[in-house]
Design a binder for this molecule. Sequence first.
Ligand code: ACO
Length: 336
Amino acid sequence: MKNKSVGIIGIGSYVPEHEMTNKDLEKLVNTNDEWIVERTGIKSRRIAADGEATSDMAVFAAQKALNDAGVAAEEIDLVIVATATPDMSFPSTACLVQERIGAKHAAAFDLTAGCSGFVYGFITGSQFIQSGLYKKVLVIGAETLSRILDWTDRNTCVLFGDGAGAAVLGEVEEGYGLLGSELGADGHGGELLKLPAGGSRIPASHSTVDQRQHYVSMSGNEVFKFAIKIMGSAALKALERAGLTRSDVDVLVPHQANIRIIQSAAKRLKVPLEKVVINLDKYGNTSAASIPIALDEAFHSGAIKQGNVVVLVGFGAGLTWASAVIKWNKGDHTIG
Ligand code: ACO
């Protein structure tokens, strides 16, 4: 039996209200606006309110995506939440979201692939629809990174922000939707970006708290080099699998980690910067939420149009990478 075509039929996002600018950070650590803008492109980020957790933001984004798709929560067969900052180790954040939105017929699980998580989730969720097992899948990337940042470490705390983005996947006309993909991992680089304590290897204790091991630990330069190498090649592989070339790309939606990484990926792909979606100046790196937030903003601002070839590409902790090539279908080409 032929695989079904799967596309994004609804998209939505949410960022917390509280904005933290580079100037605000100057009061916390020894940094300055000029350094942050020049080295990263980030000007501001959103920070979750006290008591606001990953599932709360995920629910807001999911409800917007469901409305956008015109799909009721009861129609969802599967909820996938990509996150490195779940509300708790268990139950999964996906189960919390499933209950809150009323997706009572849906299976639910979390997926951990760092900042590549949303694209990993998109490709994973698509398989269930392609095979005919499920009809509608909700994929969410949601993060409350502010809770795992060391606000005394200028190397990391200036880079990240909180937020969530969600997409409803469904069957679309043949020739539209997901055309090609690439997923990858290199566990050898796991040490470069990690949250050392609080798991089974180093359980939480007074000493882990004293040693600040519950905060993000990152070798920025090494991650930077990896990102420069992998973003272009992952996107090219996905394009090749889609039977397309770099000149076919209408819109590039890269993971929003660092403007220099984005510029280098665009250069490698020979995609002019006008075709690249960039919003990291406003939100910083929201990890698994960054691509769906950027995609939502690009679509709803009119930057992505029917029939456009849209390339998503991300990299992250693991190390991982993921890319998806979509012939944009939202609107006219949905089935069912
Ligand atoms: N403000 C001022 N100075 C700073 C700051 C800051 N916030 N942070 C670092 N510096 C200083 C350093 O201490 C260093 O000073 P020194 O030369 O006296 O030692 C100097 O600036 C240069 O530091 P570098 O680390 O070499 O700066 P670099 O140009 O590499 O930029 C950065 C650092 C922005 C972290 C970059 O390496 C980067 O973006 N890496 C990728 C990080 C990333 O994308 N992580 C997310 C991965 S995705 C996921 O799964 C979460």
